[in-house]
Design a protein around this ligand. Structure first.
Ligand code: NAP
Length: 265
């Protein structure tokens, strides 16, 4: 026994445990991005792939998912398809199983999938079905996916969750005179406020687990979501999610960020 050490128990097999830990640490970081077949999600997957990570490309439509994976792989990324409709329990359960069988754990979850209204959103006359559809995808979908993936995230050495929010979800910005957040939004904007509130509650619950969870605002990005009226590229919009996906262990949790830093709730 080396000088300065004392035997604690005959059952401590230090060399074997050290080897196992080294083997785990040398594995690639495993990420899942929901709604990654196009738009900002696709660019987040591309950015994480460029870091050398293995990236699950979540897509509710199998063909769109396969096409996105082919494009990412052609660009050199280690991407794999994850059929995933965030509004369906069976789909989300199957996605968790797929990742467990492939990697045994998940390091980074980016809850990016989302939908917008596609119609007038004045609350006094809003279509309740549209409200339900948005809440089902933008809020409940995130909770459903997060909870299905948490057992896999708990096996990670550096687990991170990033929720794709928006400036329009910030009550502080919504109530600051002179801040232009577009038109009245009785459904889409409140779903992002709800998502932010859920992010805070997860951060509280997961505070001592090492899982860091934050919301991000990509800015006004030209995608299908807004008929390409946005002023930023999807690549620019993806940058903040990538930044929060890669924060160190002493990084922030339970906060809202854009490219300029912390955004008030
Ligand atoms: P997008 O191009 O329309 O992409 C949305 C993605 O979400 C698509 O892959 C879509 O899949 C997927 N999706 C929708 N419903 C889904 C479901 N039930 N299950 C799984 N995937 C689903 O829009 P985007 O602008 O990139 O939006 C990405 C995220 O950024 C959204 O959460 C959005 O709210 C947020 N955001 C966008 C902006 C902006 O200016 N664009 C600003 C702030 C926040 P399909 O192709 O099958 O429809």
């Amino acid at each position: 026994m080396p000088p300065g050490y004392r035997r604690i128990t005959e059952m401590v097999l230090v060399p074997a445990r050290s080897t196992a830990r080294l083997a785990v640490m040398s594995e690639k970081t495993i990420a899942l991005v929901t709604g990654a077949n196009k738009g900002i999600g696709y660019e987040i997957a591309a950015g994480l792939g460029a870091l050398g990570w293995s990236v699950g490309v979540g897509a509710r439509d199998e063909q769109r998912g396969t096409q996105a994976v082919a494009k990412l792989r052609a660009a050199g990324a280690d991407a794999f398809a994850v059929p995933l409709d965030v509004t369906r329990d069976e789909s989300v359960t199957a996605a968790a199983r797929l990742i467990e069988e492939r990697a045994g754990r998940l390091d980074v979850l980016v809850n990016n999938a989302g939908v917008a209204g596609g119609g007038p959103e004045a609350p006094a006359s809003i279509d309740l079905e549209a409200v339900r559809r948005l809440v089902e995808t933008n809020v409940i979908g995130v909770i459903r996916v997060t909870n299905a993936m948490l057992p896999l995230l708990r096996r990670s050495a550096h687990p991170r969750i990033v929720n794709q929010s928006s400036h329009v979800g910030s009550l502080a910005l919504q109530t600051t005179p002179g801040v232009d957040l577009g038109g009245i939004s009785g459904a889409y904007a409140p779903t992002k406020t709800y998502l932010n509130a859920v992010t805070i509650q997860y951060a509280k619950e997961l505070g001592d687990t090492g899982i860091l969870i934050n919301s991000v605002c990509p800015g006004y990005v030209a995608t299908d979501l807004n008929d390409f009226h946005g002023t930023r590229t999807a690549e620019q919009g993806a940058a903040i999610a990538i930044r929060l996906a890669t924060v160190p262990d002493d990084g922030p949790t339970g906060q809202l960020f854009d490219d300029n830093g912390v955004v008030p709730w």
